[in-house]
Design a protein around this ligand. Structure first.
Ligand code: HAM
Length: 418
């Protein structure tokens, strides 16, 4: 039977599988260097966990994979990481000891699948909770979050642009939303159907809708910065100057509002123009949230975080790279006497953290070499015909150079690797 794979999902293997491991390992390593603490939450939650931040966003209103379990509890597959992580932090009182958390896991959203948009996808994310009330301190906390995202993308050689905006507080946004509603009422006829619905519930979303954002009257809509209080203006300036001091290149985009309901203060997106995904695709999204934390049973605290779309990074990287797995040593035995020795040796070398393969089937010289070369090994180790006992031959594949060594000691192997 064909086509049994659910729509919007994919199987991961071969080169993309290797790339996936590379991204994951690098993210874990970097998050660790930044002193973030690993956290993993269940792949499903009570539906209400996703309702805590409001029900207006597309994600909550249209894209949740909701289901009732056999005891009629209302559940949902994990659609994003922030709300579940906050639930876990509150429930386990993690806020008493830690402020910085990172996670890596699958998310589920009922969306129209296309390149870089799946119904099951992976996010690499982090959250910094308990942001300081002091503007400078909190600017450095935000900086650290951005630096983690930047470090990952730079290490993967992925190009991106950082866009950011300051959404201030709920009160300021309420004033702004009123003005925006009045403004868009004049252009109601020119709005798309989905925007007409948003006009009532969530007019901010009209601003960064892909189609609407091209229209002149949307480009010229009132800007949120006209509604900032003095303190908010100052706070945004402080953030921008800390980012500039740290050589972060960004663009302020006053129409950037983000798709989820829980954002306040600073929001940001890293956007890629890679042909793998098409223009202006968001590969990382995040920002601050003041209210989400207080929705759970913990002292009110502000948070900031991001999530990277790992699938999108995979698309970009697999366009650029031929990611063949590189083996360090291929031990080629032609008969079982040799295979026996190599089986033992292979395991010894692996203990030194090398990638090692050996053949388990007796083979001819020609066939064996073909296979060893195909394995993409840097060194092929074998016994040459009539070679003195207790010596092996090591062939460097890139140069064709051969050397006979008395015994294949770990010292020799380590020196070859360099
Ligand atoms: P988000 O913008 O909904 O934010 O998702 C973050 C990233 O996940 C997106 O920029 C995109 O790269 C990727 N993504 C989203 N949906 C899909 C999909 N259907 N298929 C493939 N990739 C996708 C959040 O989820 C927030 N929790 C981020 C955050 C953390 N804010 C504060 N802390």
């Amino acid at each position: 039977m064909n086509n049994l794979r659910p729509k919007g999902t994919y199987d991961l293997f071969d080169e993309k599988g290797q790339l996936f491991l590379k991204i994951r390992d690098l993210f874990f390593q970097l998050a660790n260097n930044f002193n973030f603490n690993f956290i993993d939450t269940p792949i499903f939650e009570y539906l209400t966990v996703f309702y805590t931040s409001g029900k207006q966003s597309d994600l909550v209103s249209k894209e949740l994979y909701k289901f009732s379990d056999r005891s009629d509890r209302e559940m949902a597959l994990r659609a994003e990481g922030t709300a579940p992580v906050m639930r876990a932090i509150a429930e386990n009182k993690l806020f008493l000891n830690n402020k910085k958390f990172f996670y890596f896991g699958q998310m589920f959203r009922y969306e129209s699948p296309q390149k870089g948009r799946s119904r099951q996808f992976w996010q690499a994310g982090c959250e910094f909770i308990d942001l300081s009330d002091d503007s400078q301190t909190s600017a450095y906390q935000k900086l650290e979050i951005l630096q983690l995202g930047i470090a990952l993308l730079n290490r993967l050689n992925i190009d991106y642009k950082i866009k950011l905006n300051y959404l201030a507080t709920q009160e300021t946004r309420a004033n702004y939303i009123n003005a925006l509603k009045q403004y868009f009422e004049q252009y109601k006829d020119k709005l798309e159907k989905v925007s007409k619905e948003r006009l009532e519930k969530n007019p901010l979303r009209i601003l960064d809708d892909k189609i609407e954002s091209q229209k002149d009257f949307v480009i010229n809509a009132p800007k949120i910065n006209a509604f900032y209080t003095e303190a908010e203006k100052q706070d945004f300036e402080t953030i921008l100057s800390v980012l500039k001091d740290n050589k972060i290149t960004f663009e302020v985009d006053s129409n950037l509002v983000r798709g989820l309901d829980y954002y306040d203060d600073l929001v940001f997106e890293f956007v890629s123009d890679s042909p793998a995904l098409g223009q202006r695709t968001t590969i990382l999204g995040g920002g601050c949230y003041y209210n989400l934390v207080s929705d759970f049973d913990m002292p009110p605290a502000k948070g900031v975080g991001f999530a990277i779309g790992v699938d999108r990074l995979l698309e970009i990287l697999s366009l650029n790279t031929q990611n063949e797995r590189e083996i360090d040593f291929y031990l080629l035995g032609f008969n079982f006497d040799e295979i026996k020795k190599f089986a033992f040796l292979a395991n010894q070398i692996r203990e030194e953290n090398f990638l090692v393969e050996y053949n388990k089937k007796a083979t001819s010289f020609t066939k064996g070499f073909k296979k060893a070369q195909k394995s993409n090994a840097k060194f092929i180790v074998f016994y040459e015909k009539d070679q003195p006992a207790n010596t092996v031959t090591i062939k460097t594949v890139s140069t064709g150079e051969k050397q006979i060594v008395e015994s294949l000691s770990l010292t020799i192997i380590k020196s070859l690797k360099k």
